[in-house]
Design a protein around this ligand. Structure first.
Ligand code: SF4
Length: 277
């Protein structure tokens, strides 16, 4: 190839996706699931459970130093870990069952990557507006005061969510009120700060920037789940035989022109958080 006609790059930069707001029963179900799952994650370490003197009163506690796992009225010792393994196997089988019957419900509703990304998009929409406003802001090259203010507000909000997420995680491993006090007074163990820092950073990056890239490049589940689906599985997808030839019927169409059901309105593209096109 001559110098005047350089080889095209094999790398295409990611185009950020700005899904449009949607409403309806399935979206409402997704909001409920988000509230419940995030509520469980953030609040569980603060639930108290009286086990009597000399035992921790935290309902769910992974006591690594004492080699105990406390779960409400259950106490699991290391040699009883097969209970947890059995539970995980049952959860895995349940996931396979739901996937073969209902398709990508795990990915769509309950995967942590989905739930946190959804939360980050919600915050982004509150601050920067719906799809068109966000697209305009993204395409605006000049970093004026308004763009800087919106971007900074969004990133600080995302950071605080990441911090709360990392913070909640370490509370599962120690008495939450004591650890919270130690963290604030800078007396906590360095491992607690390091763990919080790593989880804050990964939440910020995965929910704010990587989003669907985690599903496409990092997650093994999409490679596996297709093996559990057949023609009876409920899947959301474009059926070419039904949609094509796409386009709205027009007065100028030749008599007898056939149209598929797809009117090419781009609504499905504009709302898709995975960026179908
Ligand atoms: S592809 Fe993986 S990371 Fe993405 S939603 Fe599904 S399980 Fe979660």
């Amino acid at each position: 190839m001559s110098d005047s006609n350089p080889a095209p790059s094999l790398y295409a930069a990611r185009e950020p996706i700005y899904p449009r707001r949607v409403s309806g029963p399935f979206r409402n179900l997704k909001w409920y699931i988000m509230v419940v799952t995030l509520g469980i994650y953030y609040l569980t370490p603060w639930i108290r459970w009286d086990r009597g003197p000399s035992l921790p009163d935290q309902a769910v506690l992974l006591d690594l130093a004492g080699r105990r796992f406390y779960f409400f009225w259950i106490e699991i010792w290391p040699h009883e870990f097969y209970f947890v393994a059995g539970l995980l196997i049952m959860a895995g089988l349940g996931l396979f069952l739901f996937t073969s019957a209902l398709g990508r419900v795990w990915c769509g509703y309950t995967c942590p990557q989905t739930v946190w990304t959804d939360l980050f998009i919600l915050v982004e929409r509150w601050i920067e507006g719906d799809r068109n406003a966000r697209l305009r802001l993204h395409r605006q090259k000049k970093m004026d005061f308004r763009k800087a203010r919106l971007r900074l507000t969004k990133w600080v909000s995302w950071f605080l969510i990441g911090l709360a997420t990392g913070g909640a995680w370490v509370f599962y491993f120690a008495d939450a009120p004591t650890l919270a006090y130690d963290l604030v007074t800078l007396n906590a163990h360095p491992v607690a700060y390091t763990t919080m820092l790593v989880l804050t950073g990964t939440t910020f990056l995965f929910g704010g920037f990587a989003r669907e890239q985690i599903c496409i490049y990092a997650c093994p589940w999409p490679r596996i789940q297709a093996a559990m689906m057949d023609e009876d599985t409920l899947t959301v997808g474009y059926r070419e035989w039904r949609g094509e030839p796409r386009g709205k019927p027009r007065k100028t169409d030749e008599p007898g022109t056939v149209h598929g059901d797809c009117i090419d309105c781009m609504a499905c593209v504009n709302v898709c958080p995975m960026g179908i096109d």
